[in-house]
Design a protein around this ligand. Structure first.
Ligand SMILES: C[S@@+](CC[C@H](N)C(=O)[O-])C[C@H]1O[C@@H](n2cnc3c(N)ncnc32)[C@H](O)[C@@H]1O
Length: 198
């Protein structure tokens, strides 16, 4: 995909290898639906980068419920300044992630943590999650992982505004503020709604 060359620059080759892994082992291991293969670049890999401009240089990130590595692996490929933890409870998915990280040469900056968010005790500059749970539950899991002056960035669908209303009480109690940003996926007309909580 032409736009992907511009977006990934020098890392385009690594991003292409990741897409190949998703299209082969990702499908064989049941992490990616066979019908997704034709739209891996726009719908999954480029879509993962919508939060890229919101992440400060040198940030430590955790991708909660990373699955096949989304959004954590595309972010790590596009941003050599980031340190990324991929948090995933399921054994098969965690194994997939460890193999992909090693094959893509990302092991120095990307770690795979097998576990559930609610059992994890580290703190990060950025806590992100894509397609994991509705906001009330997701924030119960994710807010304890946000470090001082850190932020939560959730990739959501059209329900983002409504979900944000559902957590207003929690945010007020913790003296946090939330907003929904509509961001276009690079190279597509599709919007992703990013819930940002600081
Ligand atoms: C629908 S998948 C989404 C995967 C990926 N983020 C994506 O966008 O393709 C949801 C993932 O959340 C993980 N998950 C479920 N409960 C979790 C929990 N309590 N803590 C961390 N991850 C969890 C699941 O194992 C699964 O891999």
């Amino acid at each position: 995909m032409e736009i992907a060359r511009d977006v990934f620059g020098d890392s385009y080759g690594v991003a292409g290898r990741y897409v190949d892994i998703l299209a082969s082992r990702g499908v064989d291991w049941g992490l990616i639906g066979p019908r997704e293969v034709d739209r891996l670049w726009p719908r999954h890999v480029l879509n993962s980068l919508v939060i890229n401009p919101l992440i400060a240089s040198g940030s430590r990130i955790v991708d909660v419920g990373s699955g096949a590595g989304l959004p954590g692996i595309p972010l790590a490929i596009a941003r050599p300044d980031l340190t990324v933890a991929l948090l995933e409870p399921l054994l098969r998915r965690a194994r997939f992630l460890s193999e992909a990280v090693a094959e893509l040469g990302l092991s120095e900056r990307v770690t795979v943590v097998r576990g559930r968010a609610e059992d994890h005790r580290e703190r990060y500059d950025v806590v992100t999650a894509r397609a994991v749970a509705a906001l009330p539950k997701l924030l119960d899991w994710c807010l304890p992982l946000v470090g001082p002056r850190g932020q939560f960035l959730g990739l959501k669908g059209e329900s983002a505004e409504r979900e944000l209303l559902d957590v207003q009480k929690t945010l007020r109690k913790r003296r946090l503020s939330g907003e929904v940003l509509a961001v276009a996926t690079p190279g597509t007309n599709e919007s992703t709604w990013v819930v940002r909580i600081r």
